[in-house]
Write a protein that binds this ligand. Sequence first.
Ligand SMILES: C[S@@+](CC[C@H](N)C(=O)[O-])C[C@H]1O[C@@H](n2cnc3c(N)ncnc32)[C@H](O)[C@@H]1O
Length: 255
Amino acid sequence: MYNQELRPQKELILCEDGSNTLFSKEFNEPYHSTKDGALHESLEKHVKPAFGIKKEQESLTILDICFGLGYNTFATLYYIKEKNLTTKVHILSPEFDEGLVRSLSTFIFPPEFDFLKPIMQAISKNLFYEDEQFKIEILLGDARESVPQIKEKIDIVYQDAFSPAHNPLLWTREFFRDMANISKTDTILTTYSTAASVRLGLYENGFFIFIHRAELMRYSTVASMKMLESFEYVDMELKKERNPTAQSFRDEGFE
Ligand SMILES: C[S@@+](CC[C@H](N)C(=O)[O-])C[C@H]1O[C@@H](n2cnc3c(N)ncnc32)[C@H](O)[C@@H]1O
């Protein structure tokens, strides 16, 4: 039975892929695209494109913006298990909703995540998990404060905040600058957003922009610090010429 009291200001929604997500009354937005589905979206828009590029690396540091129900983190572990990968993964994930993370041990996730229950319980209790292969750290608090303090260099960013319309400060040029500062020369970023302002903010911080086409869902964006051959390149200079009024989101005006 879904316990509403554990997650105030949120309603449970069943997605079309059969996985559960939440609707946030505070942000007036669902945590996932209910049409694409929480699990399907995590795998297709984030994990598969990222690991398609990075699967040969022995160890990966991932920034998961923001933890929410943890689907992107859990789908990463699920993908690694399914593919029998030995990749060591360190996931850093900002989240300011402590109550939500603490309630995760009682959330009904899809059966694909059953093997992750002990990890979910540890995260729910300690906001931290570590074994020989995986280290998961919830960075409790505002992502705008925690990201600039990260000491590790990041291989992959899953940019999965609520939309720019509802949470603009997590999509600004300045926030992408903070991400660029902790990036490597080949960091990649995945996001569902295809907005020109988001892509411009990434481009202004040194990311090349690509289109990612996944199965049974709308296309999304992959951004990379290095040119990629396997994705459809978006020429941002040409985009700027064709749409001279387009601008990245800026902190100024939203603070
Ligand atoms: C769209 S949901 C993330 C979905 C998540 N990736 C998942 O798989 O469930 C956005 C999350 O960002 C969190 N959030 C919003 N603004 C934040 C901020 N400034 N700092 C930290 N967390 C934030 C919300 O509490 C929410 O859990």
